[in-house]
Each structure stands twice: as structure tokens, then as C-alpha cells.
Design a protein around this ligand. Structure first.
Ligand code: RB5
Length: 144
């Protein structure tokens, strides 16, 4: 799977660790930055990730900031994005099964690296369940 990664400065370390993890699992990576720990604004990188997903709808995203909250809010303002802030394997799995989430978000200041790796693996290995969840997901982005 093609994966876009983006964070702010507070998510830099976890982003790097998760990129290495995703590469080790055989996924194709596009890193949207930032490249240094200089302070940046999480909406800029959330919006950058949303634009990348608009151009490649089959891809998924990994978004990280200090709490995971700010970058999730930025991403979810885009109607084609369903960004899920997760803290464990259970929520990572369920958000694929039930929400068809196309972005997994983490808080670098909240979650441990090993837990985040396990959650990312679960997210990438789980397919959307469809059925009644399809109707609910469609209602997340009403067309009128
Ligand atoms: C940056 O200090 C911090 O506010 C940001 O990473 C994030 O936690 C915001 O939601």
C-alpha cells in the first residue's frame, strides 16, 4: 500500500520510527515532512497530507502531532479524509472495520513507539467491513 506520512515538529520522532516500520512491512512510503524539529504548524502538514490523498485516493495516511488531536482536526475538515486518532490495536482495527478510516493519527507525546507500531500494523492489515457500515460512512460526507 502507498502511505503518506506527515507530522508537525512534535511528531517527528514517532513519524521516523513508523516510516521505518512501514518500510520493513513492505509498504511504499511518501514522506511529507517536516524534515527538522523546527517548530511548524500542524494544520499546514495536515492539509498537505489531505491534498496528497486527494491526488491518490487509494493511498492511506499516517499523521502525527503532539497529541494527535490538532492534526486530526485539520485532516477531518477535508470531506475525502476520515482520520482516526488511535491509541491501541483495538481502535486501530475497529476504525478500519467500521469507519473505513483512510488516515491513522497518533500523539507522539501520548503513545509508546511499540504500541504505535502494533496499531499501525493492525490498521494496514484490516479491511473495511462494509454492510451497515457503508451507509454510515456515506453519511459522514453528505453531498447535499
Ligand atoms: C505542538 O506543541 C502541539 O500543540 C501539537 O503538536 C499538537 O499536540 C496539537 O494538537
Amino acid at each position: 500500500m502507498k502511505l503518506f506520512f506527515a507530522s508537525d515538529h512534535a511528531g517527528l520522532n514517532l513519524r521516523r520510527a513508523l516510516i521505518d516500520h512501514a518500510v520493513s512491512l513492505g509498504h511504499e512510503i511518501a514522506d511529507l515532512g517536516p524534515e527538522t524539529s523546527e517548530s511548524v504548524d500542524y494544520p499546514d502538514f495536515g492539509n498537505k497530507l489531505a491534498l496528497a490523498l486527494a491526488s491518490e485516493p487509494e493511498a492511506h495516511g499516517v499523521a502525527i502531532c503532539g497529541t494527535g488531536i490538532g492534526i486530526s482536526i485539520a485532516l477531518n475538515r477535508h470531506s475525502h479524509v476520515r482520520a482516526a486518532l488511535v491509541n491501541d490495536v483495538t481502535t486501530a482495527t475497529l476504525t478500519r472495520l467500521h469507519n473505513d478510516a483512510n488516515v491513522i493519527a497518533f500523539g507522539d507525546r501520548v503513545i509508546g513507539v511499540e504500541t504505535a507500531k502494533d496499531a499501525l500494523t493492525a490498521f494496514l492489515n484490516t479491511a473495511f467491513e462494509g454492510g451497515r457500515h457503508q451507509r454510515r460512512v456515506e453519511k459522514l460526507s453528505p453531498t447535499s
